[in-house]
Design a protein around this ligand. Structure first.
Ligand code: HEM
Ligand code: NAG
Length: 334
């Protein structure tokens, strides 16, 4: 009886991973013969871009995330608007916020010169995110990127509004949001660690500063520190106006890809509401335990982050005859 139960569980797991990810369809050395210099060209040009503008590391990582959460990792996020089809770029979470498109354009241009019609935009996004994290001045982990994704024939404006989590989401909403993509709570926590680099606009964290004073169940000392933090944020981002002023997502070590994000949120000093609810709305203490583990062990965070990034990169990929390989990442082929 017990055996049968186990078998059923195993079948469920197998079945789920098959429907949720195309992992088994992606291949590690996909371009080895088709375009041997592809990975090298990508990595080199990510490095060049970061020399000019270090923040691009964050922006490029985020592009891959915003791609994968809408219709899967299929470069739908890169399409420009055409008549009758507003692009994902115009959607609330992306407008005036996503950056790094020119870096992708340049890499795509060089790859088309090297091996035309061969390297998909979706694969470029996955490789670029991986290299960006590693090439931050004090960089993060490297992970294996499996390749062979194809590019979508459409973008989804409404999907971007629906599936990309908002900074004022509740923990429950965030969890469900990730679950819809086949990602679990551990992935949510590890991937939120991306907010160890990059910046957010005032519009993304204003609500958190001026929301009605919340019950704080962590004692007076911590409450006072929290209030001071809000005062600093308030000086960057007043009740109205200055919408596009920036603050670093990780106040302590904004230029390092490290585990300081987790120390911050333990102290109530995450910049976004969605960072802080991981702790403040964690009723059974499981997430807090995971956050503590990452805060005290950077290696553990890096290992989990790498694992979750690979999982994210497999969401609903198009392979084989699905989709196409775009010539220009901004437009579907004629
Ligand atoms: C858990 C749910 C998440 C929410 C609600 C969220 C929300 C946000 C918001 C509001 C910003 C600032 C945008 C702006 O003001 O222009 C931001 C920035 C950023 N996010 Fe997230 N995010 C989440 C998860 C993730 C994940 C999973 C990743 C990567 C795998 C990621 C990577 C980043 C990075 C790197 C930045 C900085 C971008 C830059 O400086 O250009 N985020 N996020
Ligand atoms: C979150 O922010 C959006 C946009 O600013 C707003 O429309 C919405 O009411 C907010 N939701 C919550 C739960 O506060």
């Amino acid at each position: 009886m017990e055996r049968l139960g186990l078998l059923l569980i195993l079948i469920t797991i197998l079945f789920n991973t098959q429907t949720l990810s195309g992992n088994e369809l992606l291949i590690h050395d996909y371009y080895k013969e088709k375009c041997p210099l592809a990975e090298e060209i990508v990595r080199h040009n990510v490095g060049v871009a970061l020399l000019k503008d270090p923040r691009l590391a964050a922006s490029l990582l985020r592009l891959h995330f915003h791609d994968c959460f809408v219709l899967g990792c299929d470069a739908s996020v890169l399409l420009d608007s055409v008549e009758g089809m507003p692009s994902e770029k115009q959607a609330g979470p992306n407008l005036n916020s996503l950056r790094g498109f020119e870096v992708i354009d340049k890499i795509k241009y060089l790859l088309e010169e090297e091996c035309p019609y061969t390297v998909s935009c979706a694969d470029i996004l996955a490789m670029v995110a991986r290299d960006a994290v590693e090439l931050v001045l004090r960089g993060g982990p490297r992970w294996e990127v499996w390749l062979g994704r194809k590019d979508s024939l459409e973008s989804s404006f409404s999907g971007a509004n629906l599936f990309i989590p908002a900074p004022n989401s509740s923990l429950e909403t965030l969890i469900n949001n990730f679950k819809q993509q086949g990602l679990d709570i551990e992935d949510l926590v590890a991937l939120s660690g991306s907010h160890t680099i990059g910046r957010a606009r005032c519009t993304s964290f204003r609500q958190r500063i001026y929301e009605p004073k919340q019950e704080y169940h962590y004692g007076y000392d911590r409450y006072k520190r929290y209030t001071n933090f809000r005062r600093i944020l308030g000086s960057i981002c007043p009740v109205t106006g200055r919408d596009n002023k920036f603050a670093p997502l990780d106040f302590q070590t904004p230029k390092r890809f490290d585990n300081h994000y987790f120390i911050n949120i333990l102290e109530g000093k995450g910049l976004l509401g969605s960072d802080n609810v991981l702790i403040s709305q964690d009723l059974d203490g499981k997430i807090t335990e995971q956050v503590w583990a990452y805060a005290s062990n950077e290696k553990l965070f890096f290992a989990s982050f790498a694992k979750s990034m690979m999982k994210m990169g497999n969401i609903n990929v198009l392979t084989g005859n699905e989709g196409e390989i775009r010539r220009n990442c901004r437009f579907v082929n004629a």
